[in-house]
Design a protein around this ligand. Structure first.
Ligand code: PSU
Ligand code: MN
Length: 307
């Protein structure tokens, strides 16, 4: 499905037409990953950082049953402030649109929409991945499969969310042949923590090097996205292991209350943000904004290379 023209915000359409840099941003973290009012602040700051780096932000969502690639300020406000916004993975897009609903798009849905609209650079907080206990629950995020399909796309993130089984998530990316590169790190970042202790084979030190690597990946036609993993800024990082006890009780509560499927990630993130006295929320907000900024810097280099 090529994105219908009316889905594009005029500013995004204009940038795409002239081959200018655009960065896609997801909206599930706004509607389901962060509490109010931090969610709206972070969404706006991420867009500002993209602009400051010389690119155009395209936050993606479904508003009143219409796909939007690039949101107006009023639409961003509506998404951040309303109850009952659907969390839409790729498979949930058609139901959201046909029912005329508001839906926030996850990594899988956003990446799919962005790629079809010709926006191959995308930023998020932490990827979805293999949940703890997945050997029994089979809970593995569609994000991983979409990353494997998103040929030539760059996805900037801070690894996968700490609530997940991080070694298994990294293995699952390897199985799917998704290239993972550290940005100024040799370790798989752990979302709100700087590192997971899991080594990464490849790293780059600058936006310029990242752009050269993405260009090589594209020109070879290697399938799948390039994941550029940037650790949370030092000043906002949560100390290693600090979330574990809160996380174990949140996981136990989820089991007790049978919270499964797409409700699980928002539930666990909510519990962790509530329980950490603001520490994890500050880190989550900071990393989202930094990833948007880095994605924009690479998008600018990529569009210069194409000139
Ligand atoms: N990053 C964040 N907060 C979030 C998410 C990412 O900092 O809430 C969202 C993304 O949209 C991701 C989703 O796709 O969590 C994963 O959900 P699930 O585990 O149900 O696939
Ligand atoms: Mn899941």
């Amino acid at each position: 499905m090529p994105a219908r023209d009316d889905a594009l915000h005029p500013e995004v359409a204009e940038a795409l037409e002239r081959g200018g840099p655009v960065v896609a941003l997801e909206s599930t973290l706004i509607a389901h990953g962060l509490p109010r009012p931090t969610n709206l602040e972070v969404a706006r700051r991420a867009e500002q950082e993209v602009r400051a780096a010389g690119a155009v932000p395209a936050t993606i969502a479904v508003i009143g049953g219409r796909l939007r690639i690039g949101l107006s300020d009023a639409e961003l406000d509506r998404l951040a402030g309303r109850d009952g916004v659907l969390k839409a993975g790729r498979r949930d897009l058609a139901p959201a649109i046909s029912a005329g609903r508001d839906a926030a798009t996850t990594v899988s849905a956003t990446l799919w929409i962005a790629r079809r609209a010709g926006i191959p650079v995308f930023a998020t907080g932490g990827l979805g991945g293999v949940h703890r206990g997945a050997a029994e629950s089979f809970d593995i995020s569609t994000d991983l499969d979409e990353l494997a399909r998103a040929d030539g796309c760059l996805v900037v993130c801070s690894g996968a969310k700490t609530i997940l089984d991080l070694p298994a998530t990294l293995e699952a990316l390897e199985t799917r042949g998704v290239l993972v590169v550290g940005y100024r790190t040799g370790e798989w970042p752990a979302f709100t923590e700087r590192g997971s202790g899991l080594p990464l084979e490849h790293r780059v030190e600058s936006a310029e090097q990242a752009a050269a690597l993405v260009a090589a990946h594209r020109s070879l036609g290697v399938p799948g996205a390039v994941v550029l993993a940037q650790p949370v800024p030092e000043a906002e990082a949560v100390a290693a292991g600090r979330m574990e006890s809160g996380l174990s009780s949140a996981l136990a509560e989820a089991r007790r209350r049978k919270i499964v499927g797409k409700a699980l990630t928002p539930f666990l993130l909510g519990r962790i943000h509530e329980g950490s006295g603001g520490e994890s929320l500050t880190a989550n907000a900071a990393l989202i904004v930094e990833n948007a900024a880095l994605a924009a810097r690479v998008a600018v280099r990529l569009s210069e290379r194409e000139e």
